[in-house]
Ligand binder design. Structure first.
Ligand SMILES: *[C@@H]1O[C@H](CO)[C@@H](O)[C@H](O)[C@H]1NC(C)=O
Ligand SMILES: *[C@@H]1O[C@H](CO)[C@@H](O)[C@H](O)[C@H]1NC(C)=O
Ligand SMILES: *[C@@H]1O[C@H](CO)[C@@H](O)[C@H](O)[C@H]1NC(C)=O
Length: 321
């Protein structure tokens, strides 16, 4: 075997380091992929099973694309012998479980794409064989019912996590993700954000929580997010935010609060002051009052005490600035 001839179903370039086998109605991974392949694209075929040792000879392979197939089973050892693999794409397939054991020995893996698979649960230590991971896409897992408290244990290098559109009702335990910088939680059904939901996420810079049915954010919920720069809370059910919620977030500079039914009373004054001080232009955040009728449509950032009567000794905070 010379190892440089191109499989009949594929096209190869750069001395067969790039092998493209997309849309060839393949039911199996072709045999005899050239040994010097660095990039292998098998997208949009009909592959159902990835068998043990399928890629064993591809020690230079860096990117493996298996998305948009019918993959329902990945055998233990399927990814044996891939010491250079940095990107594994498995989105839009039929996996019902995370193929945890198959990730063994992928010591260089940095990106794992599992979005849009019918995965039902993420068990403990699901990714602890790949501590090198930096980006993990678990978006659109629409059948997801359960995430273990220890699901993300070991992912100490993870920078980006997508858990958007997974029907989550609670934020899972993310404490193990000590280097996480970007977190996508949009399109879930979160309702309530509790203190401790983001415990330990001191490196987080961007948090996306759009269209997530958030109605209540409890006091101190964001206290650990010391590095947060961007927060998107648009399209939720928020009527108010607890007093001084953003005070511990010294780096926060972009906040999206639009499309929430903000109730503009004395409780919103702290936010008005914060927006005026932190967000130079009141249009960037676009938080507009929904009620009371007299203030409907006004930007929160343009309000001040003169718009309300705030009494000391009531449940409202009397804001001195
Ligand atoms: C959440 O994860 C952290 C860190 O991995 C762990 O120490 C803690 O026990 C977990 N919390 C629960 C409630 O299991
Ligand atoms: C956050 O929300 C704003 C306003 O809805 C939107 O323009 C922006 O693109 C959002 N950010 C991301 C990362 O989607
Ligand atoms: C921004 O705020 C200023 C004063 O607070 C106001 O005059 C201006 O109309 C606001 N901009 C928009 C687009 O509402």
């Amino acid at each position: 075997e010379t190892g440089t001839s191109c499989p009949a179903a594929c096209s190869c370039s750069n001395q067969a380091s790039r092998v493209i086998c997309t849309r060839r109605e393949l039911a199996e991974v072709p045999a005899s992929i050239p040994v010097n392949t660095r990039y292998l694209n098998l997208q949009e075929n009909s592959i159902q099973v990835i068998r043990t040792d399928t890629f064993k000879h591809l020690r230079h392979l860096e990117i493996l694309q298996l998305s948009k197939n019918l993959v329902r089973k990945i055998e233990v050892g399927a990814f044996n012998g891939l010491p250079s693999l940095n990107t594994l794409e498995l989105f839009d397939n039929r996996l019902t479980t995370v193929p945890t054991q198959a990730f063994e020995y992928l010591s260089k893996l940095r990106e794992l794409w599992l979005r849009n698979n019918p995965i039902e649960s993420i068990p403990s230590y699901a990714f602890n064989r790949v501590p090198s991971l930096r980006r993990l896409d678990l978006g659109e897992l629409k059948r997801l019912e359960y995430i273990s408290e220890a699901a993300f244990e070991g992912l100490v290098n993870l920078r980006y996590l997508n858990l958007g559109m997974c029907n989550l009702k609670d934020i899972p335990n993310l404490t193990a993700l000590v280097r996480l910088e970007e977190l996508e939680l949009s399109g879930n059904r979160l309702d309530l954000i509790r203190p401790g939901s983001f415990q330990g996420l001191t490196s987080l810079r961007k948090l996306w929580l759009m269209h997530a049915q958030v109605a209540t954010i409890e006091r101190n919920a964001f206290d650990d997010l010391k590095s947060l720069e961007e927060l998107n809370l648009s399209h939720n059910n928020l009527m108010s935010l607890p007093h001084d919620l953003f005070t511990p977030l010294h780096r926060l500079e972009r906040v999206h609060l639009n499309h929430n039914p903000w109730h503009c009373n004395c409780d919103v004054l702290w936010l008005s002051w914060w927006l005026k001080e932190t967000v130079p232009s009141n249009t960037t955040c676009c938080a507009r009052c929904h009620a009371p009728a007299g203030l409907k449509g006004r930007y929160i950032g343009e309000l001040d005490q003169s718009h309300f009567t705030c009494y000391a000794g009531t449940k409202h905070h009397h804001h001195h600035h």
